[in-house]
Design a protein around this ligand. Sequence first.
Ligand code: PCA
Length: 217
Amino acid sequence: MKTILLTGFEPFGGEPLNPSWEAVRRLDGQHLGEQHLIRAVRLSCVFDLALAELEAELTQHQPVLVLAVGQAGGRCELSLERVAINLDDARIPDNAGAQPIDRPIVADGPAAYFTTLPIKAMVLALREAGLPAAVSYSAGTYVCNHLFYGLMHRIARDGLRCRGGFLHIPYLPEQAARQPTGAPSMSLTQIVQGLTIGLDAALNHEQDLAIGGGTTH
Ligand code: PCA
């Protein structure tokens, strides 16, 4: 059995829950086809902890695919991230009170890494299933980008036989309902369905599709 690792985050920024953990934990222990078993883990929303927690999972379970998931309040679709940049620049403190500004994640590391997941094929599959999805060209500069960069760095540095990527998801409806000026949202059922569809597409595409996915702004 090959392991697929899904990670979600603990709540942050005053929210009582994080939809990323709520979604991935529902797939923990499930099989995908006959060869893959999903393992879901919850990571701390702490710059100095999240990567170490992820690394322990990589070492212990040697997944063939890692999809890290995080909340991106304000986004209206499932966002498959294309690029992780070597920069921490926190708008708010993390859950340990740290707020790194203009700090490289890996000293002397490359400026950026691209995902190795077939994100255009994943976006296409999601849209065909009626779920709003798009390629995103910025994972931000907070803990999610930090984790995504660290994941891709570890895979590249150690030559792991593992594909990696990051998915940002919208608020759940109950979170959006608390926003004073409103915000887009997606139901937990749809997010979980989207995870399964996206992972299926990733397993079915060794190479990504050469289709348009870029933005003009
Ligand atoms: N979202 C934050 C960190 C944890 C999460 O779920 C981010 O986008 O950086």
